[in-house]
Design a protein around this ligand. Structure first.
Ligand code: ATP
Length: 480
């Protein structure tokens, strides 16, 4: 691990543990099938997590599809014809190099193992003894540091199943390992029905599945996860320009939703790191507790995918541009395969990033005798936007008024939450941990002059406002 990777590393590793524990305690994320001992690398999103993930995805859809004239949506099936995955290269090439450690029996991915210079001498501990050996592979076992390793084996990441009642090679189908291919095979369907002109994009969100061997870092990597991908079809000569555009656009999207700029960076792929078909690629990286790591990839995939599907299906996938001059005749009108810029993000990975970035522990202060844990989520991402709290429990008028206010929020599609359990301080603390940007308290004065107290999560300021202003105050904040 380089020094830079260590930056937010071991000394702060508890941050991940704190977030994992908050997620479990407050119902953001649970281990899947927990009562049966859990399932490796599978997670369930509880009441708060389901809202948060949904909001992340909704914000992506809003900025990528609704608020643009040049991108449209798609919702394709998860199981597609196996021919799609043969043509795309996933059947033959979508694999990880898998290695077994002969000493400690750990199984790991060669490309994710600790890297060391080839031929260098390494020391490791085995049964209480310190041993020395030469690392001729360029990496060591991540568990014991040893170098007695099996050959690398290619392991396909796609989950296989069968379509129909009979299990045979002819009935084999795959769970999609990415959402992107549906956009390529539907390229002309979408372009023609919507009469779109290049440049334009097709966006899709949904579940993808990969039989991941390395299980690491909570929901950062899971076998079933949610992706948010967009394929932007453009003229080949313009593809470098669009790659620059989309990498900046995607970076700023995270910042606009509250991620700290200093915890994000764009990293250009080195030539030897690029997929063979890609002309350029950037990763948006985040400074996770274990170091800089991928959040999203933005790649110039050239016309590779359309070309492959055109060859394999025998169907023309070219786009006709009536204005662009034909290089052969010099006259306007040419058929060509567009290049594709692909911003590919993970919704579950982004959810983890927003949780890590929002987590704050505040020590006791003048305003509060006790410290607090607060999730400073952007109001658009917050699972609950406003909690409505009658000051005392056993007052029917306060309860009725509070529920009326909750309904007013619902009418404006604002997720408001009613809570009357425990003392008001405890209720505020619960909402701070859930990331709720506002709490509205209804008390005796409300009865007299129709005002309520609104408390802001981040600075804990309390203000009295008219009941009828409440919805607008919250909506205004969400628009910022
Ligand atoms: P990695 O190198 O981490 O395996 P990748 O480069 O293979 O990831 P892509 O195929 O580019 O990932 O997928 C696009 C995005 O989908 C990633 O940036 C990530 O946010 C998300 N993603 C990919 N695999 C997983 C996974 N197993 N769990 C959660 N999110 C994932």
């Amino acid at each position: 691990m380089s020094d830079e990777k260590k930056k937010r590393g071991t000394e702060e590793l508890p941050l991940l543990q704190k977030v994992v524990s908050l997620c479990k305690r407050r119902g953001f994320v649970f281990q899947s099938s927990e009562i049966y001992g859990g399932l490796k690398s599978a997670y369930d999103y509880g009441p708060l997590g389901a809202e948060l993930k949904r909001n992340v995805m909704q914000e992506w859809w809003r900025s990528m599809v609704h608020e643009r004239e040049d991108v449209v949506g798609l919702d394709a099936s998860i199981i597609m014809s196996p021919k799609v995955w043969e043509a795309s290269g996933h059947v033959s090439g979508f694999s990880d190099p898998l290695v077994d450690c002969k000493l400690c029996k750990a199984r790991f991915r060669a490309d994710k193992a600790p890297q060391v210079p080839k031929g260098s001498e390494v020391t490791y501990r085995r049964e209480g003894k310190t041993l020395k050996a030469v690392a001729d592979r360029g990496y060591v076992c991540p568990e014991c540091g040893g170098v007695e390793l099996s050959e690398e084996r290619a392991f396909n990441l796609m989950f296989k199943t069968n379509l129909g009642p009979i299990e045979s090679p002819d009935s084999t189908v795959y769970l999609r390992p990415e959402t992107a291919q549906a956009m390529f095979v539907n390229f002309l369907n979408v372009q023609q029905t919507y009469r779109l002109k290049v440049p334009f994009g097709i966006a899709q969100q949904g579940k993808s599945f990969r039989n991941e061997i390395t299980v690491e870092h909570f929901i950062f990597r899971s076998c079933e996860f949610e992706q948010m991908e967009m394929e932007f079809f453009c003229e080949p000569e313009e593809s470098d320009k669009w790659l620059e555009y989309w990498k900046n656009e995607r970076f700023e999207w995270y910042v606009r939703l509250g991620a700290k700029r200093e915890n994000l960076r764009l990293r250009a792929h080195e030539k030897d790191e690029l997929a063979h078909y890609a002309r350029g690629c950037y990763d948006v990286e985040y400074l996770y507790p274990w170091g800089w790591d991928e959040l999203e990839g933005i790649a110039n995939r050239t016309d590779y995918d359309l070309r492959k599907h055109q060859e394999a299906s025998g169907k023309k996938l070219t786009y006709f541009d009536p204005n662009r001059p034909n290089p052969e005749t010099g006259k306007p009108g040419v058929h060509f395969l567009p290049y594709v810029i692909e911003p590919a993000a993970g919704a579950t990975r982004a959810t983890l990033m927003f949780l890590l970035d929002a987590y704050h522990e505040e020590p006791p202060s003048e305003a509060r005798a006790e410290g607090r844990v607060v999730l400073r989520l952007h109001p658009r991402l917050a699972p609950i936007k406003v909690a409505v709290l009658p000051l005392v429990k056993k007052d029917e008028w306060l309860q009725g008024k509070s529920r009326e206010i909750v309904k007013e929020f619902w009418k404006s599609s604002v997720n408001a939450f009613y809570d009357e359990k425990d003392a008001i301080g405890r209720r505020y603390a619960r909402q701070d941990e859930a990331g709720t940007p506002f709490c509205i308290t209804i008390d005796g004065e409300t009865r007299e002059n129709d005002t309520v107290t609104i408390r802001t999560r981040d600075d804990m300021r309390q203000e009295r406002i008219k009941v009828e202003e409440a919805v607008d105050v919250v909506l205004r904040k969400m628009r910022e």
